[in-house]
Ligand binder design. Sequence first.
Ligand SMILES: CC(=O)N[C@H]1[C@@H](OP(=O)(O)OP(=O)(O)OC[C@H]2O[C@@H](n3ccc(=O)[nH]c3=O)[C@H](O)[C@@H]2O)O[C@H](CO)[C@@H](O)[C@@H]1O[C@H](C)C(=O)N[C@@H](C)C(=O)N[C@H](CCC(=O)O)C(=O)O
Ligand SMILES: Nc1ncnc2c1ncn2[C@@H]1O[C@H](COP(=O)(O)OP(=O)(O)OP(=O)(O)O)[C@@H](O)[C@H]1O
Ligand SMILES: N[C@H](CCC[C@H](N)C(=O)O)C(=O)O
Ligand SMILES: [Mg+2]
Length: 497
Amino acid sequence: MSANPDPKTLSALGLAPNQGALQDVTISGISVDSRQTAENDLFVALAGVDMHGGEFVKFALRMGAGAVLTDPAGWEIARREIAQIDVPVVVVEDPRRALALAAARFFAAQPATITAVTGTNGKTSVASFTRQIWELLGKSAVNFGTAGVEGAVSAPMSHTTPEPVTLHRLLHGLQGDGVTHAAMEASSHGLEQRRLDGVYLTAAAFTNFTQDHLDYHKTFEEYFAAKSGLFGRVLPPEGTAVLNMDDPRGVDMRDIALSRGQDVITVGHENCDLTLLNARFDSTGQDLRFSWRDVVHSMRLELIGGFQAMNVLQAAALAIGSGAQAREVFQTLPELKTVQGRMQLAATRQNGATVFVDYAHTPDAVETALRAMRPHVLGRLLVIIGAGGDRDTDKRPKMGLAAAQNADVVFVTDDNPRSEDPEKIRWAVLQGCPEATEIGDRAQAILAGVDALQPGDALLIAGKGHETGQIVGDDIFEFNDAEQASVAVAALDGLGA
Ligand SMILES: CC(=O)N[C@H]1[C@@H](OP(=O)(O)OP(=O)(O)OC[C@H]2O[C@@H](n3ccc(=O)[nH]c3=O)[C@H](O)[C@@H]2O)O[C@H](CO)[C@@H](O)[C@@H]1O[C@H](C)C(=O)N[C@@H](C)C(=O)N[C@H](CCC(=O)O)C(=O)O
Ligand SMILES: Nc1ncnc2c1ncn2[C@@H]1O[C@H](COP(=O)(O)OP(=O)(O)OP(=O)(O)O)[C@@H](O)[C@H]1O
Ligand SMILES: N[C@H](CCC[C@H](N)C(=O)O)C(=O)O
Ligand SMILES: [Mg+2]
């Protein structure tokens, strides 16, 4: 998947040199980092958070760069530092967008059907459900984002939304592998930096908007503006916008989508195209009653948590908006599996009590996960929590409090103590939940939690989700919550359990 496609001219990439040597040249690759620039690459000098890529033009040229793309500030810096630039230079106001469009043209091929989802929470879940629906309809499909590439192709990824060269190399490779359908996550960083502007989307979804990433976006409005770019800029007018109208910002997104001439599918609890009318929860899932443009359907979901139903309906709407038949899409829903490490049913005791694993590692997430579980549980709700070392210390007692307020029984244990003294971290968590049982060893805590389960009870093991290691000092010990839950159930109920 890593090979570059055939070399192309700047003009074929939509780039016209206006500085340096004013001639069209053929480039063999595109690079945004001088350290990774190869002979005849187009080097793209971008404004960074700390420095400007313009400072590295001289190094990129030494590496053999065949052309440069930058903004006026980058050009100023480069010109100051380099006596004469003999390669063509393209100076534009928005080089990130020019890069995204050029990368799309350079790699040329993309799967025919691509959807993107933005929102503070639920992106990975909606993308995974969309891919699963397509697979159940017989398509060759992937989703990609925080959890890497999953589905017809598996690969790790370092970003939720990769920068354009990595993104289009991936899409080109997927198309070559016969993948026809891809569901991607659009992070607010990715949208702000125009990383996906060259992707041809058939449909795009908005899940919700709450506080996050204010370190990068500075204000709520900037953060919203980044997200709304998915509909205002990236999704073409012939695309379908799938919007969660339960979120107050859904109305703003709808105005933007309609002003661009996009089709809109609204999703929510009242008066929407796809309306969630009712849900009945039980120990392993929920029965949904929903309407699609006034026709009522009912369907079983083997998923825990009211918010998962909304994620599933948004995924269904993305599949419909990309051309699938609604009735066929709805028939796949009972087959959907939860996303790894997110409200994942990890084990069931012989007495019927259940054990779930979730990635909740903030006070808000602990509360959300426990509240979502409550209607599924006839008996008591037990939780195991811990807080990471070398991370926000302020959240520790708050996580303890969220656990105490929303669960009936709390165990406090270790979760990646890293360089810190684990006892001190547990002590801080316990300030919020003084009644909790403290068991430092995570495997022992899981065993104790599972042992305490009576018929009708459920246990949530929070914090590590899909993680496969426990970080202690500089060591990483193999550890997986779901695996440990199964081990504990087998030990207590016998191996056949
Ligand atoms: C905050 C942010 O998004 N930063 C991105 C940004 O880097 P930057 O602005 O800090 O770059 P810089 O270090 O100041 O350097 C400026 C430019 O000079 C170049 N350079 C630098 C040094 C050198 O020797 N030669 C050289 O050419 C750099 O490649 C860069 O283009 O531009 C780089 C190139 O496009 C990105 O790799 C980098 O992502 C960094 C790695 C990152 O971690 N981003 C995270 C925050 C991110 O995008 N996260 C979201 C998900 C968030 C979430 O939902 O949790 C994601 O989609 O993954
Ligand atoms: N629709 C939703 N509304 C509220 N909370 C949700 C929703 N979907 C998921 N969550 C919560 O958010 C957590 C992360 O879910 P998910 O990974 O799907 O989100 P994400 O947007 O991809 O997050 P990230 O930005 O970290 O990649 C889940 O463990 C769950 O507790
Ligand atoms: N990626 C996040 C999540 C950590 C989850 C939890 N297991 C922890 O180690 O705190 C972090 O590194 O802060
Ligand atoms: Mg994600």
